[in-house]
Design a binder for this molecule. Structure first.
Ligand code: ADP
Ligand code: ASP
Ligand code: MG
Length: 243
């Protein structure tokens, strides 16, 4: 059994939340399953980094912006790995390029072209938990690219698909996918499951709970996603095919 778990920015904001994420990860390992964790930058880190870059240079090149923005996810990967290590589990953190994520040249909105999963598989075979930075890859020129805002979801799905994972869990700050944004509408209704098509319609209507490309990719792989709360770990919403 292999599970990929992705943790969003709010789910990693602060020591307590990092420890909670580490709990969800190690729970899987404790059951004897393999686990890959994909992380976003903590809290508002990416927004803060963008503001600082633009303040220094409003015409910052896309290449430099990507190399710089990728550091937010590296901090998260380091911290989550340390928390997992502190719980006594073997773990290794990998950046996007170390995890073999190859993209096109579109800095700021790169598309994943391929994934060489050799390194991740080797580490899993050695019994390690693997923590991968979301949102980033490397292009044919050897430069770091980023996948667009919210792109860590797509990193998680790409890894889950290429590794043949049994499940890809997207841990976030709401209990699942709702008919409308639960932070804006208290009467929003949570779905137990939604089809890929319905999820894509919700995203087109503004539901940023999942990165659009992550759902396209999940559909291509026939991979089920679970969107759930990192605060409670209660069953969330399954995104899957109609049947
Ligand atoms: P993460 O940092 O975990 O990736 P995001 O901010 O990208 O989290 O996505 C989660 C947010 O999506 C929620 O906090 C919620 O406000 C918002 N959201 C918008 N529409 C929906 C919806 N239909 N269902 C669930 N969440 C939604
Ligand atoms: N940190 C990136 C962002 O804020 C990627 C992500 O959160 O998925 O958009
Ligand atoms: Mg997101």
């Amino acid at each position: 059994m292999l599970i990929v778990q992705k943790f969003g920015g709010t789910s990693l904001a602060g020591e307590e939340r990092i420890r909670q994420a580490a709990q969800w990860v190690t729970q899987v390992a404790k059951r004897g399953s393999r686990v890959v964790a994909v992380v976003s930058a903590q809290g508002t880190t990416t927004d803060d980094l963008i503001k600082q870059a633009i303040s220094l240079n409003p015409r910052v090149s896309a290449r430099e912006m990507d190399a710089y923005l990728a550091t937010g996810e590296q901090i998260s990967a380091g911290l989550l790995s340390m928390a997992i290590q502190a719980m006594g589990y073997p773990v290794i953190s990998l950046t996007g390029w170390q995890a073999g994520i190859f993209t096109d040249h579109t800095h700021g909105n790169a598309v994943i072209l391929g994934l060489d999963n050799n390194r991740v598989v080797t580490e899993l075979d050695q019994g390690k938990i693997v923590v991968v930075t979301g949102f980033q890859g490397i292009n044919a020129a050897g430069d770091i690219t980023t996948l667009g805002r919210g792109g860590s979801d797509t990193t998680a799905v790409a890894l889950a698909g290429c590794l043949g994972a049994d499940l890809c869990q997207i841990y976030t700050d709401v209990a699942g996918v709702y008919d409308k944004d639960p932070h804006l509408y208290p009467d929003a209704v949570k779905f137990d499951w939604v089809s890929y098509e319905k999820m894509r319609r919700l995203i087109a209507g503004g539901a940023q709970v999942l990165h659009d490309r992550s759902v396209e990719l999940a559909q291509k792989f026939g991979l089920s996603l679970e969107v759930l709360s990192s605060f409670t770990g209660q069953p969330g919403t399954i995104v899957c095919g109609e049947t």
